[in-house]
Design a protein around this ligand. Sequence first.
Ligand code: NAD
Length: 307
Amino acid sequence: MPHTNPPRVGFIGLGSMGSGMTRNLLRAGFPLVVHDVRAEVLEEYAALGAELADSPADLASRSDVVITMLPTPAVVSEVLTGPDGVLAGLAEGATWIDMSTSVPAVAEDVRRRVAGRGISVIDAPVSGMAVGAASGRLQIFVGGDDAEVERWRPVLEAMGDPERILHVGPHGAGYAVKLLINQLWFSHLVATAEVLAVGVRAGVDLGVLRSALIASPANSNFLEHDVLSVLEHGDYDEGFAIALACKDLGLSTDLAAAVGMPVEVSALVEQVYRRARASYGDRAGEMTPFQLYEELVGHPLRLGATA
Ligand code: NAD
């Protein structure tokens, strides 16, 4: 998509997600400036035609819009407000879009700090894994003012599926929707693993049990589709590390606490995830809580396998 006078995009956080997203921005014709603490990943970007920045402030001073794709809210806060941070370099009229899975409080703090400087803030976290980032088909949940969201839609469309870039509400709504989607999916995983494990221990065939559940009012997208990764392939999805899944679950319960909501089920799911992380390590896949139940059964839960 050719742009006349395309805006200069600054991108910080060139990891599993950021590496695909930046390549799609370059393909769409946006001039790109990049920064990451890992110097080794920067080298390849010069060959791709991007400019390199020494610090977030340096990057911000050369960008119309700064995008962050960073691991945790603490890192986002440090990169924005720390010494040589984005806020030290951002010009009047510029925009910061945070695409990290984070919480509204960090962006609220940034908005307070930039009040009166003509700087806009948007939250736009994503779903779709590293595969979606590489293919430019991410789902994006956007929170912010209408005019700003529309202004930056072409940049978001370079990274996401235009049909699934959803403006879900005012500042913070994007973070909330993203965290709640992950919370519900992780809850589906734990509940499904528990039910299948009990059923198999009770002597029901795994495939028969799953088919009966799918044909019942208890059916879910997880039971029909996502669980097959484990049941057919023994794939616990290492593309999304359980350490990050635990971070998301912690942020989700923090969000509930911030709005005064008790969340007994979510808190329990978080504990199961923490147990799996402790058992299998930080880099284990996001679906490894399933394995906790398989250990209780005494063998992996696999369709077509004989127990
Ligand atoms: P990652 O750890 O692969 O990448 C993070 C990048 O940030 C790394 O390159 C790291 O070097 C860099 N970084 C860390 N601290 C920095 C600092 N102070 N300054 C500059 N750069 C710094 O993580 P990821 O998987 O790409 O995830 C990024 C965000 O996207 C997270 O919030 C995650 O929850 C979210 N997310 C991830 C996935 C997924 O499937 N991996 C899917 C949806 C959302």
